[in-house]
Design a protein around this ligand. Structure first.
Ligand code: AMP
Ligand code: ZN
Length: 478
């Protein structure tokens, strides 16, 4: 089933198929490595990961490029303040980012280019823009993009309707600027004393690239001048992505990205995330409160990516229970199958979950369906009404759905799991009662208790010194 996805540029839900008919090539703006990523950043990275997994589950190969922004206003300022070299500083935060991504089950991109490692490509792109009359050098040795030279400027953010027509254009040096107005933006920034040693030679003198040109140069190098999809959080629509389109299309004359995916912001307990409110939680903060990264992942995919999502600690607690329930069902269905072929489009009874995901990545609907279908399948299986081939399909389908959502369930021994090898006390009490019924030769009561124990997911086995309890697998003789 092909994936249909909302496109920020055309404002339509459109089917997404690889331009080359084979590999879906996509670019995600990566982290600015100047501190730990917060749970809002991870909403965007996790949704991009689900996007990739859904494409791959549909049998289409992907080429995923996600950059590291390791030179910009923030990285330079912060490394200077700490008295560390830019590379030492950004390497440390990159390692932390990788660790957090792994804990959240975010697949590593196929290519992870860094801005500092792509200076020649950026300089080359800027030179092309100057040659074509889209950029100009200022007296201090900086280079700016001339937004008036690109008639389509503002299409993505619909800025054109508001601003360009009024002719109000000035100049902006900062990498990030809030104002919703058109401004010529810096492609190359002449070195300033406060940049310290972070300066590189260029045809326009020493300096460093602007933030926007980094992503144009790196995406086109690794994906080609035209590629399938570009993505980031909603705050990147303007100016970052608007500027990327302008630079890239002005240079190549070709469509840059054919589809734009933006993830709405995460708020925390009803508030915008901000340093001053102290609500920029990291994975480490959640771990201190006893929460696992998977619980966070579950919360982050529980809302529609186009709507803001409100994070609460209650939602993390609910996620723990939901994951434990899924783990319990998986165990009762006989565990995960040994081989799960990636890209195999066989969701069995869980097909409607996949359909929801293919319908504009509707993760809340998918999760709702996962729970209702899971409950029904387990009940049918435990009532002995699922032929073994269908049981096999269900086990496979469930595992494939979990893989597509990137959910790793708590192990049977893990924290928060219902599926412990230790039977709960009340199941033990039922087994003891059954033992007594047997010694009284009350076979009917003993059988009834055995069935009750099985309904609770346990097998009672008679032993010379009493009984043992084992997790019941569907299909196990009782
Ligand atoms: P940064 O490291 O600041 O460049 O951001 C990395 C990614 O996180 C970008 O795609 C941002 O758009 C995204 N992002 C930033 N804040 C939030 C938030 N509160 N919710 C969702 N995504 C966010
Ligand atoms: Zn970017």
């Amino acid at each position: 089933m092909p994936l249909s996805l909302y496109d920020t540029l055309t404002r339509e839900i459109r089917p997404l198929r690889p331009i080359d008919g084979e590999t879906l090539r996509f670019y995600c703006c990566g982290p600015t490595v100047y501190g730990p990523a917060h749970i809002g950043n991870f909403r965007t990275f996790v949704m991009q990961d689900v996007f990739r997994r859904v494409v791959e589950a549909g049998g289409t190969a992907t080429r995923h490029v996600r950059n590291l922004t390791d030179v910009d206003d923030k990285t330079i300022r912060q490394s200077q303040e700490e008295g560390r070299s830019l590379s030492e500083f950004t390497d440390a935060w990159t390692k932390r980012f990788h660790k957090d991504c792994a804990a959240l089950g975010i697949l590593p991109p196929h290519v992870e280019p860094s801005a500092v490692a792509h200076l020649p490509e950026q300089i080359d792109l800027i030179s092309q823009l100057i040659e074509k009359g889209h950029a100009y050098r200022t007296e201090d040795g900086s280079v700016y993009f001339d937004v008036r030279s690109f008639p389509d400027y503002g299409r993505l953010s619909r800025l054109a309707e508001r601003e360009i027509t009024t002719g109000a254009v000035d100049r902006e040096q900062a990498d990030e600027y809030d104002r919703a107005s058109a401004a010529d933006f810096a492609l190359w920034k002449a070195a300033r004393p406060e940049d310290g040693p972070n300066r590189w030679p260029s045809p326009w003198g020493e300096g460093r690239p602007g933030w926007h040109i980094e992503c144009s140069a790196m995406s086109m190098k690794h994906l080609g001048e035209s590629f399938d999809l570009h993505s980031g959080g909603i705050d990147l629509v303007f100016p970052h992505h608007e500027n990327e389109i302008a630079q890239s299309e002005a240079a190549t004359g070709k469509t840059f990205a054919h589809h734009w995916l933006h993830v709405a912001h995460l708020t925390v307990e009803g508030h915008k995330m901000s340093k001053s409110l102290g609500n920029l939680y990291t994975l480490a903060d959640l771990a201190e409160r006893g929460h696992t990264p998977m619980e966070l992942r579950y919360v982050l995919i529980s809302g529609c990516y186009r709507q803001p999502l409100n994070f609460t600690f209650d939602s993390l607690a609910a996620a723990r229970k939901a994951l434990a329930r899924l783990a319990d069902w998986q165990r009762r269905l006989g565990g995960a199958p040994e081989f799960l072929l990636p890209g195999e489009d066989d969701f069995g009874p869980f097909g409607p979950v996949h359909e929801a995901l293919c319908s504009d990545l509707n993760t809340p609907e998918a999760i709702g369906r996962l729970h209702s279908i899971g409950k029904q399948v387990v009940a049918t299986a435990e009532a002995g009404q699922l032929p073994s081939a269908e049981l096999e399909n269900a086990r496979h389908g469930l595992a494939l759905v979990l893989q597509t959502l990137g959910l790793v369930l708590p192990s049977s021994d893990g924290p928060g799991s219902l599926a412990s090898r230790e039977a709960p006390a009340w199941v033990n009490a039922l087994a003891a009662e059954r033992q007594e019924a047997r010694s009284n030769r009350d076979w009917a009561l003993a059988d009834q208790l055995r069935d009750q124990i099985r309904d609770a997911g346990w097998l009672v086995l008679d032993a010379s010194d009493g009984f043992t309890l084992e997790p019941a697998k569907v299909g196990n003789p009782t």
